[in-house]
Design a protein around this ligand. Structure first.
Ligand code: NAP
Ligand code: MG
Length: 502
C-alpha cells in the first residue's frame, strides 16, 4: 500500500561548507548588526545547511527602511517607461537564470525541480503582465458638476512599501508584489520567509544587475517575529503587502493600524472541491492530484476538502487511493520525483500532528501518513486521504498546509454548498459537473475569491484579481488592475478655467 520511493541521497553540495549571504541594503551587501546567522535547510535532508543568512534585528530593518526612503524621491521621479524597461530587464535576467533559481527553490523549499521551474515560469508570466498593463494604468478625467473647471484623478506612488512573503512560492509571490510596487514608483523593503531566504537574496542580486538604483529594492533576512514587526511598525512604511498565515496577517493588521498603514493580506485557506454525481471522474481525479498534492499540498489554493456525491463516493475514493499510492516521492532534484518533502521541521510536525488528531477524532485513514524508511531522512509525508470526515473535526476546519485531504460525503448540491461554505476561510474552490444550472448555482453561492468549474482549485491568471474572502484575505487583491492600484495613492485635481473676458 506504500507510495513509490526514491532514495533521497544527499548531493555533494549539501555537505560542503555553506556559503554566507548578507542583506541587500542601499545597494550594498551588509551584515546584520547582531553578527549572527541562521541556516537554510534542505528539507529533503534533515539538519542540512545549504547556505547561511543574516539573523537580522530591528535595527537592520530600520536601516533598510532608511535606505528605501532615501532612494524614493529619485525613483518616484523617473518616467514610467524607464521603470518598465528596468523591470523588463529584471524579468529577462530571471528567465536567463531560470535553472539556477529553480535549483535553489527546489533545494531550500523541497518542491520538485519541475515544480520549481514552473514557479519561475509563472513569475515570468505574471511579471510581464504587470509590465505591460502598467502602460494602460493611469488617471482619468471626469465631468465636474460645476462649470468653469476641469477635474481629474492622478496617481502617485505610496512611498516606501514593505513586502513579506511566505516560503511556499518564494519567487512567484515576491514578483507578484514587488514588480507592481516598483512599476508604480515605490521603494521596496522585502522580507523573505526564513525557510527560503536564498530565493529572496538571489532576486535581490538580480535587481542590482537589472540596474535598479541603490536603495530602491532592499532585502533583509531574519525572523518574522523580530524584523517583521520592525517593518510593520515603522511609520515611514506606507503599505505592507503580506502573504502568509491568517494568524500573522491578523497581527500585521493590528499593528499596521497604529500608523494607518495600508495593507494587502493574502492569507490561509481550506479550499473545497465538489464532485457531483455527473462529473467526469477521471478529470476530477487529475484535478485532485494536482491541487491536493502539488508542492506536497502546500499551495494556498490547494484542495484540502474533497466533497463527494453519494453516488460516486466509493468509486472515486478507490480511484484516488490507487493514484496516491502510485505517486513517486523522493529527492526533489530527481526529474522523476513527483512529490518532495514538506518545507521544514515545524511544517512537518504540524502535518504529523494534524494526521494524529484526525485519527483520534475518528476520521478513517484511507491511505498515506508520515513517511518512514529511507524517506525519514527528510520531512516526507505520503499523500494522505481521510474519509468519513465530519464538520466538527479539526481536519475539516483547520488549514493543514500539507498533503492531507479530508473527504466528506454529500447527498445533493444544497448540502455540498453548505459544507463548502462552512469555513472561516474563503480563498479558492471548485466544482466538477456537466450541469450548467449546478455550475451557475455554485458560482453564485460559493463564498470564495476564486471559483473554478471543471478545473483544479489552484489555477489562476494575472489578468483576473487574486484574493480571498472571509479570513483568507484583506485589502485589495493581487494581480489584474487592482494589483497596481494597491501601490498608488489617488489625487483629485481641480483646475479653474480663466473667467470670460480675461
Ligand atoms: P507565516 O508563518 O505567516 O509567514 C509568512 C511570512 O511572514 C514569513 O516571511 C514570516 O517570517 C513572516 N512573519 C512571521 N511573523 C511575522 C510578523 N510578526 N510580522 C511580519 N512578518 C512576519 O506563513 P508561512 O508558514 O510562511 O506560509 C504558509 C501560509 O501562507 C499558509 O497559511 C498559506 O495558506 C498562506 N499562503 C497564502 C497565499 C495567498 O495568496 N492567499 C499564498 C501562499 C501562502 P519567518 O519565515 O521568518 O517566520
Ligand atoms: Mg529551507
Amino acid at each position: 500500500m506504500n507510495a513509490s520511493v526514491r532514495k533521497a541521497a544527499p548531493p555533494a553540495t549539501e555537505t560542503a561548507a555553506p556559503e554566507v549571504f548578507r542583506n541587500w541594503v542601499g545597494g550594498q551587501w551588509r551584515e546584520a548588526g547582531s553578527g549572527l546567522t541562521f541556516d537554510d535547510e534542505n528539507p529533503a535532508h534533515r539538519n542540512s545547511a545549504i547556505a547561511r543568512f543574516q539573523a537580522s534585528e530591528p535595527v537592520d530593518m530600520r536601516a533598510a527602511v532608511e535606505a528605501a526612503a532615501a532612494a524614493l524621491p529619485a525613483w518616484r521621479g523617473t518616467a514610467l517607461g524607464e521603470r518598465q524597461t528596468t523591470c523588463a530587464r529584471l524579468l529577462d535576467l530571471l528567465k536567463a537564470e531560470r535553472e539556477n533559481l529553480a535549483t535553489i527553490v527546489c533545494r531550500e523549499n523541497g518542491k520538485t525541480i519541475r515544480e520549481a521551474r514552473a514557479e519561475v515560469d509563472s513569475a515570468l508570466i505574471e511579471g510581464r503582465h504587470h509590465v505591460n498593463q502598467a502602460s494602460a494604468f493611469g488617471g482619468h478625467t471626469l465631468p465636474i458638476s460645476a462649470t468653469g473647471m476641469t477635474g481629474w484623478v492622478q496617481y502617485h506612488p505610496v512611498g516606501v512599501v514593505g513586502i513579506v512573503s511566505p516560503w511556499n512560492y518564494p519567487v512567484n509571490v515576491m514578483c507578484r508584489k514587488a514588480i507592481p510596487a516598483l512599476l508604480m514608483g515605490n521603494a521596496v523593503v522585502f522580507k523573505p520567509a526564513s525557510y527560503t531566504p536564498w530565493s529572496g537574496i538571489f532576486m535581490a542580486a538580480l535587481t542590482a544587475r537589472a540596474g535598479l538604483p541603490p536603495g530602491v529594492f532592499n532585502c533583509v533576512t531574519g525572523a518574522g517575529s523580530s524584523v517583521g514587526d520592525a517593518l510593520v511598525d515603522d511609520a515611514r512604511v506606507r503599505a505592507i503587502s503580506f502573504t502568509g498565515s491568517t494568524a500573522v496577517g491578523k497581527r500585521i493588521q493590528q499593528r499596521a493600524a497604529a500608523n494607518l498603514t495600508r495593507t494587502q493580506l493574502e492569507l490561509g485557506g481550506k479550499n473545497a472541491l465538489i464532485v457531483m454525481d455527473d462529473a467526469d471522474l477521471e478529470a476530477a481525479l487529475t484535478a485532485v492530484m494536482t491541487a491536493g498534492f502539488g508542492c506536497a499540498g502546500q499551495w494556498c489554493t490547494a484542495t484540502s476538502r474533497l466533497l463527494l456525491h453519494d453516488a460516486v463516493h466509493d468509486r472515486f475514493l478507490d480511484m484516488l487511493a490507487r493514484r496516491c499510492e502510485r505517486l513517486v516521492l523522493g529527492d526533489p532534484l530527481d526529474e522523476h520525483t513527483e512529490m518532495g518533502p514538506v518545507a521544514g521541521f515545524r511544517q512537518f510536525e504540524g502535518v504529523a500532528q494534524a494526521i494524529a488528531t484526525a485519527e483520534r477524532e475518528g476520521a478513517r485513514k484511507v491511505t498515506g501518513g508520515v513517511a518512514e524508511g529511507a524517506l525519514a531522512e527528510g520531512y516526507f509525508v505520503r499523500p494522505t486521504v481521510f474519509a468519513g470526515v465530519t464538520p466538527d473535526m479539526a481536519i475539516f476546519r483547520d488549514e493543514i498546509f500539507g498533503p492531507v485531504l479530508a473527504v466528506v460525503r454529500f447527498r445533493d448540491l444544497d448540502e455540498a454548498l453548505a459544507l463548502a461554505n462552512r469555513s472561516v476561510y474563503g480563498l479558492s474552490s471548485g466544482i466538477f459537473t456537466q450541469r450548467l444550472d449546478a455550475s451557475l448555482r455554485y458560482i453564485a453561492e460559493i463564498e470564495a475569491g476564486v471559483a473554478h468549474v471543471n478545473m483544479h482549485t489552484g489555477f489562476k491568471d494575472p489578468s483576473l484579481p487574486f484574493g480571498g474572502w472571509k479570513e483568507s484575505g484583506y485589502g485589495p487583491p493581487e494581480n489584474a488592475r487592482q494589483g497596481l492600484e494597491f501601490f498608488v495613492e489617488a489625487k483629485s485635481v481641480y483646475l479653474k478655467h480663466a473667467p470670460r473676458g480675461r
